[in-house]
Design a protein around this ligand. Structure first.
Ligand code: FAD
Length: 556
């Protein structure tokens, strides 16, 4: 009863604020299978995201019970004379408020706080077709649950993110990238079919063959064209185990040459290529000293600090080879043959062996440790850049060894143990940031999708994944790290390095037009077709919602 009263109150506020002409009882009686909620705790959860950098308070939160619920809500927003905004929220792991909306309704696709508290999940488990090698999943499903379900059938998706507590709809709205991308492309290249609720409230099935314009628009589409309620994802036989290897370099060009050589093997038979290739840049001497104990068995006697050249910057190549019982006999030879062609520091080979699921779910272990230390729910001023291969050496000089490498205060603080965390690899990446380099081959990115990549055959994803800490250390403060991000972007601009932001964040439409370049006209046309009132995913700040009484779209 109290909830109903609160909800009526919230809907009345919606009417007052945006002139919503849907009768409150009508919205209450939309007949949703799930629940519309104004619970302050849920509204608070939906007001924030992983970045903890922005805040936008919605009027209400919808826990959908079905795709029809979402269609009903979006249709109500679309047909009302004044309109209101609707944002799908996956797991809320954006950085800059991309899944937030003020004065509108947030749809908790993955359950949100209420879902996790009450176990409120009404959706079917992922449905695996062993014969067709695909899985049908709800758009808010987390990748970890997709993996668990498919493993029951000995199958697994082909392309991953480093972290699995992200939603299917959330990563498909961006790209979904990890070290498998050189082989299989990003996650958006591994989807067969989608169900999408458009900004007009229609539920459409789309694929390469059917409603293909919507299909390509939604993939990498930043939530602008519709809400993904179902995805059919490609599967492959799941390997049982993973050989996980790290090697170090002190020379940047040797490091990138080896990475580029490894991805050039993508067309080889499985036995003659790695399954995953990533790299890390370690700019902090304190981290270098921690490196060995952090991840690898202490059997290896190498003194890492003694091999760091070039002003203390080290580069780490991370590679894996999947195998199972049938290939266990040959794994050593296969790995050895592949490593022969590489030029890493000979004494720096670190190897571990683990079940496939443990490798894919590796970052979650770090999350638990960071949560226990109170270091997970802190601001994350992350910056992700796609950088053309031809300009990586400039980035190394100007950013890794320049803007970031000069950060001696951080180094000093670290050596004195100011941040007292026992480091595993991902503790490092999330707290102190080696900058992940993931090589990606562009031709596996379907240029018909909405995702933007640099205009070059090979490009890298440079991910600066840093956490701001309020510990009195200036170089770890949010302000300092944010300024460094601005400096990096300015450096790229001044040096003419044509980077593209991944998980992009801009605040003006001019910047978005620049981001999309030649693709802007297509992006705009698709928006006008699928979300003409601009009510979806307004947290991306690309289009101004049309909340006027005439129903016309107001210019930005
Ligand atoms: P949200 O942040 O909730 O939403 C992101 C955007 O998608 C919003 O605009 C939202 O409105 C829209 N959206 C959400 N659901 C839907 C839907 N069903 N239909 C349409 N639009 C929708 N990315 C990588 O590529 N590789 C990585 O290795 C990687 N690692 C990460 C590790 C961590 C710890 C974190 C926090 C993020 C990582 N990311 C990575 C980034 C991640 O892909 C993005 O945060 C992405 O937005 C997914 O998060 P989410 O599911 O919580 O979506």
């Amino acid at each position: 009863m109290t909830t109903k009263l609160l909800l009526t109150f919230a809907i009345c506020r919606l009417i007052v604020t945006v002139g919503l002409t849907v009768d409150p009882s009508e919205l209450l009686l939309l007949g949703v299978d799930g629940q519309l909620s104004v619970d302050p705790f849920e509204v608070e959860t939906a007001s924030l995201d992983f970045g903890l950098l922005t805040r936008a308070e919605p009027m209400a939160v919808l826990h959908p019970g079905s795709a029809d619920d979402i269609a009903r809500l979006v249709r109500a927003a679309y047909i009302s004379s004044h309109g209101f905004t609707v944002s799908a929220r996956g797991h809320g792991h954006s950085i800059n408020g991309q899944s937030q909306t003020s004065n509108g309704v947030v749809i908790e696709m993955s359950g949100g706080s209420r879902g996790s508290r009450l176990g409120l999940r009404k959706f079917d488990k992922p449905r695996v077709s062993v014969k067709e090698k695909h899985v049908e999943v709800w758009g808010g499903e987390l990748w970890i649950d997709v993996l668990r379900s498919t493993l029951e059938h000995g199958l697994a998706p082909k392309s991953w993110t480093d972290y699995l507590y992200l939603s299917v709809g959330g990563t498909l709205s961006n790209g979904g990238i990890s070290g498998q991308a050189f082989n299989h492309g990003p996650q958006i290249s591994n989807v067969y079919e989608l169900d999408v609720v458009t900004g007009k409230g229609e539920i459409l099935t789309c694929s390469e063959e059917k409603n293909s314009e919507l299909f390509h628009a939604v993939l990498g589409g930043l939530g602008q064209f519709g809400i993904i309620t179902r995805a059919r994802i490609a599967l492959e036989p799941a390997p049982q185990r993973v050989r996980w290897i790290r090697v170090l370099y002190s020379n940047f060009s040797t490091f990138t040459r080896d990475q580029e050589h490894l991805i050039s093997l993508h067309g080889n038979p499985i036995s003659r290529k790695f399954d995953y290739v990533e790299g890390f840049v370690i700019v902090d001497e304190g981290l270098i000293n921690n490196w060995r104990s952090s991840f690898f068995s202490p059997r290896n006697p190498v003194k890492i600090s003694s091999i760091a050249g070039n002003g203390g910057v080290l580069y780490c190549l991370e590679i894996t080879k999947n195998y199972d019982e049938s290939t266990a006999d040959t794994i050593d030879q296969e790995v050895e043959a592949l490593m022969k062609g590489l030029n890493f520091i000979p004494s720096s080979v670190f190897t571990t062996d683990l079940p496939y699921i443990d490798f894919l779910d590796r970052v979650h272990k770090a999350e638990l440790k960071l949560r226990a230390k109170g270091l997970w729910e802190v601001p994350h001023p992350w910056l992700n850049l796609f950088v053309p291969k031809s300009r990586m050496a400039d980035l190394d000089r100007g950013v890794f060894k320049g803007i970031l490498g000069n950060n001696k205060t951080t180094l000093h603080a670290w050596q004195h143990g100011t941040v007292n965390v026992y480091l595993s690899h991902y503790d490092i990446s999330l707290v102190k940031c080696p900058h992940a380099l993931v090589i990606i081959r562009p031709y596996t990115w379907d240029q018909r999708s909405s995702a933007m990549t640099p205009d070059e055959d090979v490009f890298y994803l440079v991910a600066l994944l840093r956490s701001a800490l309020d510990n009195g250390e200036e170089t770890q403060s949010l302000e300092y790290l944010t300024n460094q991000n601005h400096k990096i972007l300015r450096f790229c601009d001044d040096a003419g390095i044509k980077v593209k932001q991944y998980l992009p964040h801009y605040t003006t439409q001019e910047e978005w037009m620049d981001h999309f370049g030649d693709k802007w006209d297509q992006f705009y046309r698709r928006k006008m077709e699928f979300d003409p009132r601009h009510i979806l995913a307004t947290g991306q700040r690309i289009f101004n919602p049309s909340l006027t009484s005439t129903g016309t779209v107001s210019p930005w």
